[in-house]
Design a protein around this ligand. Structure first.
Ligand code: COA
Length: 145
């Protein structure tokens, strides 16, 4: 599926084929949560995910987000990022609006974690809740498995 912005020269697509790996790797390497992720892990991470890409009028990918979902009850939203040159124009909000209404996940509960972007997600119906997590990477390190 594809969405064209009403007044800005950008397009959103959920096509995995359109994703630009070099751009996504660079964006995630610049993030506070995925800087240590290997390129291989980043490439693998979107194979089973629903991904949205934002593209400029010259076809360059400038934004990304992905969702891991069972398609029925549960979705986990992650890796939400817009290229710094294109921030502050409403692209993050536009991706969120498209995402929460996407037919593959709009009937599921959507979870996410964030350090400081709560205000963005609250605009789209997210509420602050406590959650637990088991970090597999840390477990493997601690137990030398
Ligand atoms: C967060 C991010 C995707 C937002 O994209 P964007 O296109 O710049 O944002 P928009 O122009 O659509 O506006 C975002 C809105 O959320 C609000 N907001 C709340 N917390 C925010 C935060 N930590 N960063 C950016 N915006 C935030 C903004 O104030 C703005 O609201 P407003 O229009 O009422 O002023 C982008 O700033 C980014 O890539 N940041 C670095 C990566 C990151 O922190 N991602 C989120 C991880 S959970």
């Amino acid at each position: 599926m594809e969405w064209i912005h009403d007044c800005l020269p950008y397009r959103i697509s959920d096509s995995v084929e359109e994703l630009q790996p070099d751009v996504i790797i660079a964006l995630l390497k610049s993030s506070y949560w995925a800087a240590e992720r290997s390129e291989e892990t980043i490439m693998n991470s979107w194979k089973e995910s629903l991904c949205l890409g934002v593209y400029s009028e010259v076809g360059l990918q400038v934004g990304f987000m992905r969702v891991v979902t069972d398609g029925a009850t549960f979705s986990w939203l992650c890796d939400v990022i817009v290229d710094s040159e294109h921030r502050g124009k409403g692209l993050g909000k536009w991706m969120m609006a498209v995402l929460v209404d996407h037919p593959r996940i709009r009937h599921t509960s959507i979870y996410l974690g964030t350090r400081d972007a709560h205000g963005l997600y609250e605009k789209y119906g997210f509420e602050r809740r406590e959650m637990m997590v088991r970090s597999k990477a840390r477990y493997l390190l601690d137990n030398d498995v």
